[in-house]
Write a protein of this length. Structure first.
Length: 318
């Protein structure tokens, strides 16, 4: 990096259920809106503080705040509006969010630095999956994909913010992930035919070496159209979340070839998992893992069950 170059960051963070506090139940045994146990105003306020503090730690560590931040496991607009008012955002960040048809109301969102990013357009991409072939009205939905067109330094960037269906119950949702990733690839190919840059960021619920994510990187003629810099991290056993004994790198930021071209105004430098000790559990038995908000129904008061991931770029200012 020369003296005239500057650093930019893009981040993704699965924040583990950033939900508004539950109203008092009418009956003691009624299910809560959030699905969380005793999710009240105090715990919600602590959660907001914790998430904002993560980005303060990133700012201190990286000497920069990400100009674009993808988030998942958000419930509604209000937590996002309250988050961007807090330090270190201080109302300098905008919010893009749509309510999805997910059964728990869990959404993705994008925060952006209003001094650097111009939003051209945004829309949710909704998917419906038939449950009963004989009754088309009987269908299942999942979390929307957030698609945004933005401009940075005069360049158009297309962003897909994803939180793909989970691997629960012996991976019953794999066909949904297969379908959604196939659809995203078709959309990427169309954008690439128009010579526009693409970033896909999110929680893929698949590791970088899974077949779906490897196939996403190539067109039908096996030409490389995308690069996943998190492959090397995963191969070096650097993880963003854990399931029982397994380390996982479900959180990734995938880039089109433009970000590796020296003629593009800003280019890829590094990918990392922000696994600061300050975000890690104090429990020695689970050393190196994220300090989560809940473990099952037990409230721990931590940040999230995922670490944030970051991608660093060099912007050429010559």
């Amino acid at each position: 990096m020369t003296n005239t170059d500057s650093k930019e960051l893009i981040a993704f963070y699965n924040v583990e259920n950033l939900f508004l506090p539950d109203p008092p139940p009418v009956h003691k045994l009624d299910p809560t809106v959030s699905g969380l146990r005793n999710w009240d105003e105090k715990r919600y306020s602590n959660k907001l503080f914790k998430i904002s503090h993560v980005f303060q730690l990133i700012k201190e560590s990286e000497n920069a705040l990400p100009m674009l931040i993808g988030l998942s496991e958000i419930q509604g607009q209000k937590p996002l509006d309250e988050l961007v008012k807090m330090d270190p955002f201080n109302s300098n960040y905008g919010v893009i969010h749509y309510d999805s048809m997910d059964e728990r109301g869990v959404d993705v969102a994008l925060l952006y630095d209003k001094s650097k990013i111009e939003v051209i357009s945004s829309e949710p991409i909704t998917y419906f999956f038939e449950i009963d072939d004989e009754d088309p009205a009987n269908y299942d939905t999942t979390r929307d994909i957030l698609f945004c067109k933005v401009k940075y330094s005069g360049e158009m960037i297309n962003l897909f913010v994803v939180h793909l269906p989970s691997k629960r119950e012996r991976d019953v949702n794999k066909p949904k992930r297969d379908y959604i990733l196939k659809d995203i690839k078709e959309k990427v190919l169309k954008l690439k035919s128009e010579n526009e840059a693409v970033i896909i960021l999110g929680d893929f619920n698949e590791n970088p070496d899974d077949e779906n994510l490897k196939n996403l990187l190539y067109d039908e003629n096996f030409n490389k159209i995308l690069t996943n810099p998190y492959v090397d991290l995963y191969n070096n056993r650097i993880f963003s979340t854990f399931h029982f004994k397994d380390g996982l790198l479900f959180d990734q930021i995938i880039l089109s070839n433009e970000f590796y071209d020296s003629n593009f105004p800003f280019s890829f430098k590094d990918a990392k998992v922000f696994n600061s000790e300050k975000l890690s559990t104090w429990n020695r038995k689970f050393s190196g893992r994220p300090f989560r908000t809940y473990a099952g129904t037990r409230y721990l008061g931590g940040y999230s069950d995922h670490f944030p991931v970051l991608t660093e770029f060099i912007k050429r200012n010559n």
